[in-house]
Each structure stands twice: as C-alpha cells, then as structure tokens.
Design a protein around this ligand. Structure first.
Ligand code: NDP
Ligand code: 2IT
Length: 453
C-alpha cells in the first residue's frame, strides 16, 4: 500500500477504535481505491477518501418499550446517514442483539458502493437497534417498532432518508414501522420506506430481489466460462429472506440447493431442497418463527449439524459447485474458503454483506474461485427498493415481469461494469476490484462536482 493509503488507514483506525467491522470494510475498499488515486490525483486533492469514510451524520437514540408482561425494556437505536451525493440516504434497518455503531457503519459504508453500482439515484445509509426479535410476540415487536419509529420519523423522508429491511427486519416490521410513521406525520408517504406490502405501496419482487439478484449474478459469472447453473449443487447459508429466495431462483434455473442454516446449525439435504421443502422452510421461518433443526423431523433424508464454536464451519466443507453465503458478515474464514475450493466450488456469490473475511477472499483469488462480492452480488435488493421508490413517486404499480426484467438487467449491467472496470485497472476477472472501483468513481465524481461539503 502507498504511504498515503497507509496513513489514511491509520487515521481511520485511530478515529474508530473498537469498530473492527467498519475498519475491515474500509481496508477492503482502500486496496482497490489506491489504483484509482494513481490515475485521478484530483480525488486526492479534494480529499474524497477522507470524506467518504466519515458519515455525514450519525443518529443514536433511546428506544424504550413495554413487553407483554408489563416490564419496561430499553434498547439503543441508530441511523447512520453515510453519503447523499447520489440521492437520499438509502439502506436497511437491522434488529439484532449484536448491533452497535461500528457494525452499522460498516454496512452503511458498503452501501455507498453498492447503491452506486445500481446506477439508480440512491445515497447510502443503514440503521437498526440492538433489539433481539427472537422469542418476542407480534405485539412486542409492534410496540418496539412503534417506539423506534417515534424517534426515527423526525430524521427520514422520501427525499431525505429511506430505510428498508435487513437482518431481523422483514415485511412484518416494515408494516409496523410504516403505520407509526403515517400516524405521527399524517402523510401516506409511500416512498419513506421500501419493502412495504404490495397492497399498500410495496413493489412486486422486492422480497425476492436480493436472493434472485445473487443467483442472476452467479449466472452471469458462469456464463463468462460458457457454463450455467443447471444441475449444479449449491450451498446456501442462512434461512431468512435472502436465503429463501436464493433457493427459489436456483430451483427456477435447474440447480440443486442442498444446504440452509440458522444460528442453531445447518441442514444438509443430499436429495436437494425442492419447492415443497422450500415452502415448508418459509412457513417455519416466516410464520412459525421456528428453528432449522426441525427440518430433519419433516424430511428425514437430511442431516442437521448443530453450530459449534470451532475454527471452520462444516457447512462450507460439503462438496458442491457453487456457494451462496446468505446469513451474516465474516461467516467464511480462510479455512472455510480453502474447504470450499477443495470441495469443488467454482463460484461464490455473496447474498450477505461482507460474509467472507479478507483472508478468505485471498484464498478465492489464489485458488481460482470466481468471487462475486456482496456489494455487487446482493445489490438486487436495494435496486428493487430503488424501483419501489420510483413507483411510489409515479403512483403506479409495475407487473412482476416488468420488475423482474429490470432486476435482471441491472444485475447484468453490474456484472459487466465490474468486469470492464477490473480489466481497465489491470485486474482482469476480479469482481472485487471492479466493484470497489466502479462504485467509488461514481460517488467520487458526484462529490467532486458538488464541492467540499
Ligand atoms: P433475515 O433476518 O431474514 O435472515 C438472517 C438469517 O441468517 C437467519 O437464518 C439467521 O438465523 C441467520 N444468521 C444470523 N446471524 C447468524 C450467525 N451469526 N450465524 C449463522 N446464521 C446467522 O436476514 P436477511 O436474509 O435479510 O439478511 C441476510 C444477509 O443478507 C445479511 O448479511 C444482510 O445484511 C444481507 N442483505 C440483505 C438484504 C435484504 O434485502 N434483506 C439485501 C442485501 C443484503 P436465525 O434465524 O437463527 O436468526
Ligand atoms: O444490505 C442491503 O442492501 C439491504 N439490506 C437492502 C437495503 C434497501 O434499502 O433495500
């Protein structure tokens, strides 16, 4: 790394202590950006990088709520308004006990480049709370969402900041959040949140979009080698929104998904997770809110491996052709990456945000695994959020096929943009460098044009 980038990373580390995920995300991007700065000294002079790592605004607030037994709880809520050079702040909300400011800053930082890659007019943000939805009743989740939105509402709006879902925030939560926003502000402003129900301003295909997009991205990567997904055995982690629709699209394209997981462990189904089994998982996770271990009771052909602390996750050691990490950050370490490559995996398409550690990414490069980084491969979710915002502004509803076609086209273009940019910067075949550089230059140009703000 150059002295300039070294110094910059040292400053980021000094200014953001105790935020390892944020520093990891910045370091990963800086390695690519270094190549851009050599070619574009004007970015350096305008201190684009120094500005881009600093959120435009960080909001933290108290979220008090009362459980069904009448006990009072207090959580911490956040919204990171990261960058608005390209459009209103845009990005999801995460409700998870591990949420703290550093995690949301990493997610907001990734969102800058991801949203830029979609080429839709969206800035970047992320928010959430250290609230654990697990084991909570619907009424408890509703009261939490109402309290969260009572504060958040003063900071967001269709032209200011547009949240959506992420881990722990799905259709149920967006409904409660939207209801409270509408009640307090006395406006039915559809464009203030995305991922709404289709009956009240949501877009068709938004629930499917992240998973579908990650599969379309894998399809594009394979097509560069004249291959398709047909007949491929696919590892999928997680069992939430992204994982479920990844499995659905894999089935549409003739592939064979063979794993799913949650925090309790993973299921390996050598016969494949077919449509009937997927429907069962959707009911389990979205309605009964149960655990993946129950799968083997319903489908005895499968095995369940409980999660254990160890130096590798056995899910990634199952022999397969493709992998779709769709659970959480840093779920694939160096050893997992080696296991994936040795098990025959030729393509990894990240549905989750930053699921592979930097050492794991290096293994993919060294062992010739085609690697689609999350900020490119999972951009389909936020892209359809962008399309939801357009439909809300125009007060129209596009058909399923229209939205799916647009999603597919956007994923194709992101893939092409990554490939061309990587080639242009002397890193042929590296979607990692291509995504970082293409995303960065788009935002940097906008920041340059808009002056020092
Ligand atoms: P969900 O809450 O719907 O599902 C998350 C899944 O991951 C659950 O199965 C959960 O298990 C599992 N999980 C969470 N933490 C861990 C962990 N530490 N170890 C193992 N499994 C874990 O979230 P989404 O599907 O929406 O999000 C999944 C990933 O995709 C996240 O990285 C998110 O940031 C990213 N993403 C999401 C987008 C979206 O549109 N929703 C868009 C782009 C990226 P359990 O049920 O036990 O909690
Ligand atoms: O990480 C992500 O891109 C998301 N959670 C979706 C964000 C959005 O605004 O749809």
């Amino acid at each position: 790394m150059s002295e300039y980038v070294d110094q910059l990373l040292t400053n980021v580390a000094t200014k953001n202590p105790h935020e390892p995920e944020f520093r990891q995300a910045v370091e990963e991007v800086m390695e690519s950006v270094e190549l851009v700065l050599e070619r574009h000294p004007e970015y350096r002079d305008a201190k684009i990088v120094e500005r881009i790592v600093e959120p435009e605004r960080v909001i933290q607030f108290r979220v008090p709520w009362v459980d069904d037994a009448g006990d009072v709880h207090v959580n911490r809520g956040f919204r990171i308004e990261m960058n608005s050079a390209l459009g209103p702040y845009k990005g999801g909300l995460r409700f998870h006990p591990a949420v703290y400011i550093g995690k949301l800053k990493f997610l907001a930082f990734e969102q800058i480049f991801k949203n830029a890659l979609t080429t839709l007019p969206m800035g970047a943000g992320k928010g959430g709370a250290d609230f654990d939805p697990k084991g909570k009743t619907d009424t408890e989740v509703m009261r939490f969402c109402q309290s969260f939105m009572t504060e958040l509402q003063r900071h967001i709006g269709p032209d200011t900041d547009v949240p959506a879902g992420d881990v722990g925030v799905g259709g149920r939560e967006i409904g409660f959040l939207f209801g409270q926003y509408r009640r307090i502000r006395n406006v039915h402003a559809g464009g203030v949140l995305t991922g709404k129900g289709v009956g009240w301003g949501g877009s068709l295909i938004r629930p499917e979009a992240t998973g579908y997009g990650a599969v379309y991205f894998a399809e594009e990567m394979l097509a560069t080698r004249d291959e398709s997904l047909e007949g491929n055995r696919c590892l999928v982690s997680g069992s939430g929104n992204v994982a479920q629709y990844t499995v659905e699209k894999l089935l549409d394209l003739g592939a064979k998904p063979i794993t799913l997981s949650d925090t309790g462990g993973f299921v390996y189904d050598p016969d494949g997770i077919d449509r009937e089994k997927l429907a069962w998982v959707m009911t389990l996770k979205n309605e009964r809110r149960g655990r993946m271990r129950e799968y083997v009771e319903a489908f005895p052909s499968a095995t369940f491996t409980p999660a254990e602390a160890g130096d590798a996750n056995p899910l990634w050691a199952v022999p397969a052709d493709c992998a779709f990490p769709s659970a959480i950050e840093n779920e694939i370490n160096e050893k997992d990456a080696v296991n994936l490559a040795n098990g025959g995996v030729k393509v990894v398409s990240e549905g989750a945000n930053m699921p592979t550690t930097p050492n794991g990414v290096q293994v993919f490069f060294d062992m010739g695994v085609m690697y689609g980084p999350g900020k490119a491969a999972n951009a389909g979710g936020v892209a359809v959020s962008g399309l939801e915002m357009s439909q809300n502004s125009m007060r129209v509803t596009w058909d399923r096929e229209v939205v799916d076609d647009r999603l597919r086209t956007i994923m194709k273009r992101i893939h092409q943009q990554c490939r061309e940019t990587a080639e242009d910067y002397g890193k042929p075949g590296s979607y990692f460098h291509g995504a970082n550089i293409a995303g960065f230059t788009r935002v940097a140009d906008a920041m340059l044009a808009q002056g020092v703000i």
